[in-house]
Design a protein around this ligand. Structure first.
Ligand SMILES: [Zn+2]
Length: 162
């Protein structure tokens, strides 16, 4: 499942990429640009904009209206609808540009991450698109916990014990 998101869903877009989804997010994109992107690339449109949602429906574009304002509520809604499958072990994409990440050694990132992080962590990933380096800092651990909570939620929906 590939997505295209409206300008109000930047944070959700970054998280969906971390989960591993292909997300096209264009800041300040015009409605028509979003609709065409969905049509031409076969992407499901995620939007908080009622009129944009209605336009998409009229054109037969798969679209989901997200009324939730908060990130966790939005992710939960997508799980409920079966639009996303939260699997923390799936390959993450760069939250900034959506490209694939490759694991790199500590020696390859020396000088590019804070010395403290270099000393504390052993696993680093580099984005093949924009070159940004990531590591499992506290921020990512929090994300992991949230995803785990979502995973449990998904199992509850399915009526099974995790
Ligand atoms: Zn990137």
């Amino acid at each position: 499942m590939k997505f295209i998101t409206d300008g109000m869903l930047g944070r959700l877009s970054r998280w969906l990429r971390i989960i591993g989804y292909d997300v096209k997010y264009v800041r300040n994109a015009a409605d028509e640009e979003l609709l065409r992107g969905a049509e031409e690339e076969g992407r499901i449109m995620l939007t908080r904009d009622r009129s944009l949602y209605a336009m998409a429906k009229r054109r037969g574009i798969g679209a989901i209206l997200l009324e939730e304002k908060d990130l966790f509520g939005q992710l939960t809604r997508l799980v409920e609808l079966g639009a996303i499958d939260v699997n923390p072990s799936s390959e993450s994409r760069c939250p900034l540009c959506g490209s694939a990440l490759r694991e790199v050694g500590r020696d390859e990132v020396a000088g590019r991450v804070p010395a403290k992080s270099l000393a504390l962590y052993e696993e680093f990933w580099e984005c093949e698109g924009c070159g940004k380096v990531y590591w499992m800092g506290s921020h990512w651990r929090r994300i992991g916990e949230r995803l785990k909570a979502l995973e449990d939620f998904k199992w509850r929906l399915a009526g099974e014990v995790p």
